[in-house]
Design a protein around this ligand. Sequence first.
Ligand code: MSP
Length: 507
Amino acid sequence: MKPYYLTTAIDYANGSPHLGHAYEKILADVISRTKRAMGQPTHFVTGLDEHGQKVQQGAENEGIDPQSRCDRIAEEFTNLLGELNISNDDYIRTTETRHKKVVSSLLQDLFDRGEIYQAEYSGFYSTRAEQFLQEKDKVNGEWPEIFGEVTEITEKNYFFKLGKYQQWLLQFLEENSDFILPQHRQSQVVEFLKEPLNDLCISRPKERLSWGIPLPFDQEYVTYVWFDALVNYVTAADYGKKSFSNLWPADLHVIGKDILAPPHAVYWPIMLKACNLQLPKQILAHGWWTSSGAKMSKSTGETVNPLELVNEYGTDIFRYFVMREMKVGQDAEFSLERFESRYRADLGNDLGNLVSRLLHMCTNYFEGIVPEASTIEEPEDILMKKWQDTKRLSLEFFTRFQFSQGLEEVSGFIRSINKYADERVPWKLAKSADLKDQQNLKTCLSTMVEALRLANVLLVAVMPEVHEKISERLAIPVSKNWQTDLDWDNRLEGKQLKEKIILFPRK
Ligand code: MSP
């Protein structure tokens, strides 16, 4: 079976990772774990984008060579992946030989077939920022101070014939209405394509930018930004080797909305088409984590260091928070209060309390052996019905990558288990000598154990460690297969549970 091949954007090696980078990796990881639980093997790739002006500049400022700086930043990013429990199969760095070879070979091929040509390019160049500026960079019709002296210059560069594919891409989008998720983003791309599409400048002269992959047909130039970065997706799928067709086309590119149009939704499909390669099946564009309303980024300075939260609260709590708090596709404002409130309410009060009080009762009343549910009445029926709805809805949401809404269903179910306990009051039943009460007590605890087991299965992709801890207490293996683990079958009756555990201690 061809694995489900999914990728994230490759992060720029020009600063430390922040919440935005961490979120994207967790989102892709949760998708990957969900697919696996649903029985589909995955191949999950993430990586680092290491070339370019800012990387070169950063290294110069530090007085070190760019590769050493990239190596240090790569360590920071890969360390974060470990801390976040990301289950990627590969980590691609654009300075690796495997990647440079693929970029060269694709560029040469396109050049040989006349898809790339040389032409004069003129534009406004800022020497201080060492980049060409665009009209939109002007403030009140003037170039802002930060750009220093801005001069109009003309230089020769190489261009990729983007424009000639414009109609083809429009038609492709029309025929593949779920190519881009969420759907409203696809409409934005279509709007974008209503304006004439210029050919894409893909090079920079070496004297201005040396930290890049040289053009194979003109060593005086390096390729610039997207022709290098986007190609990582085919490099990591072993482009040029026999095994390529085992992975390509990619099933999903997970990226942020800022790099959707034009890079991923316009350049990339056209590059692939021009190279006679298949297009990815889908692109998922998530929103931004904001801080005081603005996109969190290195340049705004207001960033959240994910490692601090992970160290204080734990990996799974962080994973749960970002997946629950951000509706995929929309923006979300980060606040520590929200974080703490999710920790206290959803996790501590709802899930944590359920686990500890249930295990405590099982130990106290039945020496940890799960009793039999023999007297199914209305409260049990209601909870079982609630489970059927939760299962159906959460799987639907998860399949559409709407994890926040899916988790909301799971949380709702966990609250229903607690509500069921408050109604059945097993702690009171335990004090009664009445036979019926004793039977109801057994039914109640058995029902709660089964409901907890099921809720826990749905948490495996988002909180793999919490899932494992709960499974360990329930003396069952971690769930690897949702096809067999999501049916209400009271499989734990007669089994010996472990003692209670405090999963989310009060802070
Ligand atoms: N190197 C390019 C991507 C090349 S992909 C072939 C790049 N790097 S980045 O480091 O700036 O961003 C990496 C990913 O993190 C992008 O998908 C971007 O949208 C995401 N985020 C960066 N800041 C973000 C937030 N504040 N919030 C959520 N994600 C954002 O772009």
